[in-house]
Design a protein around this ligand. Structure first.
Ligand SMILES: NC(=O)c1ccc[n+]([C@@H]2O[C@H](COP(=O)([O-])OP(=O)(O)OC[C@H]3O[C@@H](n4cnc5c(N)ncnc54)[C@H](O)[C@@H]3O)[C@@H](O)[C@H]2O)c1
Ligand SMILES: O=C(O)C[C@H](O)C(=O)O
Ligand SMILES: [Mg+2]
Length: 474
């Protein structure tokens, strides 16, 4: 069974071996017998007696590294020169850098890009601040802000450890939609401080993407920033997840021939993602939604420590079902996990309604591994890139921000989120749709374009767009 980090664990062994003592077949056998999957062989140097090769090996289990390495180290005639980890190699010095758009080749350039020419641009913005949207990076740049308190499903690992995820988000923003994004990881988890800091840096950005900030603080932080800033503020773990899950569910229900209004939906994990996902499903017509958290089903009449749960209880669980996940899952049509690893058991899945739909979204380890659930579900999906039906926020956030930046939206409305969900779902045609293909690939370049167009149209309809399609930049 694939373990914690799946295909991300890949090593490169640089070996020198003496052909007169050992042949490469013996080396390959030793590697595969010890749990390594050889995916590439590059010859680095060849001499009459010795060959140096770089062998790239994927590991199903990161804990196999030592066994795989020692399996060749002990072979006669083999000298291990170096072992490197591809994922770590990709992160050396971080994954993003700054590139100037305007080269300074001579004094003429310098006098425009910098002093004295730049002063005219400063004064133009000083006289009309809205021109910052056209004359600075504000037009195309988003801050990816995190405090590292809920990174993926790894928990509160802090701002420095959150950086690789936020840098990855910035790479995806740029590659998928041409949006420039910069990671801002904060060394505070105080709500007032975070709000104050983000307000202070807002002049440099056209939008704020909040990321991996734990509930319930994330709700207050987002709400206050939305009220106090005139640029869009979007907590991706809430709304990006809600959008992509709705898109996937719309298509999954087509596969099983059920309607949203008829389904019992169990959402496990009522944190940032679970709360937003529940809200968008209720707004889309789900009538019977049960939220489950560590203490079991959330039900009205019980007073919860989180005020957001008391409001949640008033609008969900209409039949006041009580009990643990294993108890409330009985007869459910849909399970959506936004909680933690291994929460859903095969026995639970077996007791769901016919043609069950299971979205096990916890990262990096889902609520149930697809290979365990597959025999008992009709549609299976996770947030991981190494299984079919990856429901990943990257289907939403690049196109969402592309759209809001291009129409200079002042905020992101519920209608814009619904429009994004339907746009994502529409990328999968009825002819292509099947249980293994309910959501477009994250590499499908139609997605960001369709999402941004749908978002712009919805922003115009909602009256929050501040730049029409035909307006000129100056
Ligand atoms: N598209 C995606 O792949 C995607 C997007 C967002 C979040 N996620 C994943 O969803 C999970 C939650 O993310 P979040 O940002 O909402 O975090 P969060 O900390 O805000 O919420 C997690 C919630 O799950 C609950 N929970 C944890 N373990 C549980 C258990 N065993 N039983 C019931 N409830 C449990 C917690 O009490 C909390 O309320 C994480 O694993 C995250 O990686 C995936
Ligand atoms: O963005 C994603 O898909 C990952 C998500 O933010 C998560 O916290 O797991
Ligand atoms: Mg996240």
């Amino acid at each position: 069974m694939p373990t914690p980090f799946g295909i991300g664990t890949s090593i490169i062994l640089r070996l020198q071996y003496d052909q007169g003592v050992v042949n490469f077949g013996a080396i390959a056998s030793a590697l595969s017998d010890s749990g390594g999957d050889i995916v590439a062989i590059d010859t680095n140097r060849v001499s009459p007696a010795k060959t140096v090769r770089d062998i790239t090996v994927n590991l199903n289990d990161p804990h196999d590294v030592n066994r795989v390495v020692s399996s060749v180290q002990q072979l006669p005639g083999v000298k291990l020169i170096n072992v490197s980890d591809q994922t770590f190699l990709m992160h050396l010095g971080g994954k993003i850098e700054m590139h100037p758009k305007v080269p300074i080749k001579n004094r003429d350039d310098l006098s425009r890009v910098y002093t004295p020419g730049v002063a005219r641009i400063c004064m133009a913005i000083h006289e009309d601040p809205s021109r910052a949207h056209t004359l600075t990076i504000k037009r195309n740049t988003v801050a990816v802000v995190s405090d590292g308190s809920a990174v993926l499903g790894l928990g509160n690992i802090g701002p420095e450890a959150a950086m690789p995820v936020m840098e990855g988000k910035a790479v995806l923003f740029k590659q998928m939609a041409g949006v420039d994004a910069f990671p801002i990881c904060l060394n505070t988890q105080d709500t007032d401080e975070i709000v104050s800091i983000v307000k202070a840096i807002a002049p440099s950005f056209g939008g704020i993407n909040l990321e991996d900030i734990s509930a319930p603080r994330c709700f207050e932080i987002e709400e206050r920033l939305q009220k106090e800033l005139d640029i869009p503020v979007f907590h991706d773990d809430q709304h990006g997840t809600a959008v992509v899950i709705l898109a996937a569910l719309l298509n999954a229900l087509k596969v099983v021939g059920k309607k949203l209004e008829q389904c019992r939906v169990v959402v496990c994990g009522i944190g940032a993602a679970g709360m937003a996902c529940s809200k968008i499903l209720l707004a889309s017509g789900v009538k019977d939604l049960i939220g489950v958290d560590r203490q079991g089903a959330i039900v009205r009449g019980h007073v919860y420590p989180h005020q957001v749960w008391n409001e949640f209880a008033e609008h969900t669980n209409p039949f006041m079902v009580r009990g643990s996940l294993s108890e409330v899952i009985e007869g459910a049509d849909v399970f959506i996990g936004l909680s933690g690893p291994g929460v859903l058991k095969i026995e639970d899945v077996k007791r769901m309604a016919a043609d069950p739909i299971v979205f096990a979204m916890a990262n990096p380890n889902p609520e149930i591994m697809p290979e365990e659930a597959e025999p008992y579900v009709r549609v299976m999906a996770t947030g991981r890139s190494d299984y079919p039906n990856q429901i990943n926020n990257v289907l939403c956030f690049p196109g969402m921000f592309r759209g809001v930046l291009d129409c200079r939206a002042s905020q992101i409305t519920e209608t814009m989120k619904l429009a994004a969900a339907h746009a994502i779902a529409s990328v999968v045609s009825d002819e292509e749709l099947n249980a293994q293909y309910i959501i477009p690939s994250v590499f499908n370049h139609q997605v960001a374009d369709k999402v941004s167009k749908a978002v712009i149209a919805a922003a115009c309809d909602a009256g929050v767009a501040r730049r029409s399609r035909d307006s000129r930049d100056n």
